[in-house]
Write a protein that binds this ligand. Structure first.
Ligand SMILES: Cc1cc2nc3c(=O)[nH]c(=O)nc-3n(C[C@H](O)[C@H](O)[C@H](O)COP(=O)(O)OP(=O)(O)OC[C@H]3O[C@@H](n4cnc5c(N)ncnc54)[C@H](O)[C@@H]3O)c2cc1C
Length: 430
């Protein structure tokens, strides 16, 4: 039997170190570094590189990767326990070498890349000597990749890419972009596209503008026009028409890693809410003493704990099966619940902080907006609900009978047949 809700003392020591390191060394970076992915920013490099060296020395670098790729191969449960700390700070994942979108891009190059691609792109990516971008969504639609029109045509020894991509995060910092494009226009819908590695300095990679989600903050989500972008033939990633499969490999891990980091944001909002209600008085008593405030604390705690348990169980299932497809249902469920929990807990924390809570001086408004990103990025909640329901229903069968299997009268009849000789008849049976 192993239903255990405790962390090994040995790994707990590592987590304690991570917790302290993030609080003391990384969280303060938030206030002085605009974007930790901006490798050209000297202040960023001066502050972040020594921290990365400490993490490497501690052997906690790139914990999402197996030993064959230079990580410790901890698996998803340990990664979840780490990420629920790292997610407190926008800079922590990069200090620990597990930041999106590089982690997902690294995973697909490791899985589908040629030896040259691994040498040229994966190696420096894993060392955070370069950063990357995943360029898939198009302005006319993101939830349904079947509507993408960006094309890749093989002309001689080069692929020529034309089209527009939308919300390509970190493109302006990236050394290369992973681009999904239609290379087989006559194939069936799921075989029409291939994945390509496009060096960011290739002529024709034109950023139209960088879109922002938060007023007053620098935009990092690029609207890109690919205009006659020529890349060598060997820059296809995976086989022709294999882009859907490549994308799924990337998204399975990506979704749960977002959930792990979201757990950190939920806990932060919850902690701030508790501190505030114990500190603030109105009408002669603390906010904490009012029953409707207590309800908000209780509801938030329950939602947070339910989310965490589902998250850890899903991580455990991934480790057990070592195959994202076998855990599709559970990943869909955690993807669905994550935005709601962040939205609810951050929203209540915002409310209980009053005007201060809604201001840019506190993080709650940003967290609430982020909850909407979590509901649409990597596939919208609606689509994941469809997946979840379909997967669940695979474990059930309908009945041809007019009445359901658990219909009371039917079952009483069966029970009477089974025990008839042993029980006295009731008035109903006479
Ligand atoms: C912060 C952020 C970062 C991002 N980073 C990247 C990135 O790096 N690379 C990249 O390629 N993309 C990125 N995206 C884009 C993201 O993947 C898309 O926003 C997402 O796929 C949804 O596509 P869309 O915005 O075109 O919305 P649409 O496809 O237009 O959908 C709009 C809404 O319609 C509803 N909907 C959609 N489909 C269904 C359905 N089947 N049934 C019922 N309702 C439905 C949902 O509510 C959905 O939110 C990012 C987005 C955000 C917000």
């Amino acid at each position: 039997m192993s239903w255990d809700f405790e962390t090994d003392p040995e790994f707990q020591e590592e987590l304690n170190w991570v917790d302290n390191f993030v609080r003391e060394e990384i969280e303060p970076l938030e206030y002085v570094i605009e974007n930790p992915s901006d490798l050209k920013n000297e202040t960023r490099n001066t502050l972040i590189k020594p921290l990365q060296a400490q993490v490497q020395e501690r052997k906690l670098w790139a914990c999402h990767l197996g030993a064959n790729l230079g990580g410790p191969g901890y698996g998803q449960v340990k990664l979840a326990l780490m990420n629920e700390i790292l997610g407190r700070s926008g800079s922590a994942p990069i200090v620990f070498g597990c930041q999106a979108p590089d982690s997902g891009n690294g995973e697909i190059i490791a899985h589908y890349g040629t030896d040259e691609q691994k040498e040229r792109y994966l190696k420096p990516l894993l060392a955070n000597e370069i950063v990357s971008c995943f360029s898939m969504t198009e302005p006319q639609g993101g939830s349904d990749p079947k509507v993408f029109t960006t094309s890749a045509e093989l002309v001689g020894d080069e692929w020529v890419i034309n089209g527009e991509k939308w919300f390509s995060s970190n493109a302006k910092y990236a050394d290369f972009l992973v681009v999904m494009a239609v290379s087989e226009p006559d194939a069936t819908p799921y075989q029409r596209m291939s994945m390509f590695i496009v060096p960011a300095d290739t002529p024709g990679v034109n950023i139209i503008r960088n879109v922002s989600m938060h007023e007053g903050r620098e935009g990092t989500h690029a609207y890109i026009r690919y205009e006659d972008v020529r890349i060598p033939k060997d820059h296809i990633l995976g086989g022709r028409g294999q882009a859907f499969e490549v994308a799924q490999t990337r998204l399975g891990g990506g979704r749960i890693h977002h959930a792990m980091r979201t757990m950190a944001q939920v806990k932060m909002a919850f902690d701030m809410m508790c501190e505030r209600v114990l500190s603030r008085e109105t009408q002669g008593e603390r906010l904490a003493d009012k029953q409707m405030v207590q309800e908000k604390i209780a509801d938030s705690w329950i939602e947070m704990e339910q989310f965490r348990l589902l998250l850890l169980r899903t991580a455990w299932l991934i480790d057990k099966h070592n195959d994202y497809m076998k855990v599709r249902k559970d990943i869909a469920a955690i993807k669905i619940v994550m935005p709601t929990v962040l939205h609810n807990v951050a929203g209540r924390a915002l409310l209980l902080h009053g005007a201060l809570g809604i201001s840019t001086e506190m993080p709650f408004a940003r967290q609430v907006i982020d909850s909407y990103f979590l509901a649409m990025g990597d596939g919208p909640t609606e689509v994941h609900k469809i997946t979840l329901a379909k997967q669940i229903l695979r474990g059930y069968e309908g009945t041809d009978d007019l009445f359901p299997t658990r219909h009371r009268l039917k079952n009483r009849e069966k029970a009477l047949k089974k025990f008839g000789s042993l029980i006295a008849p009731t008035d109903d049976d006479i």
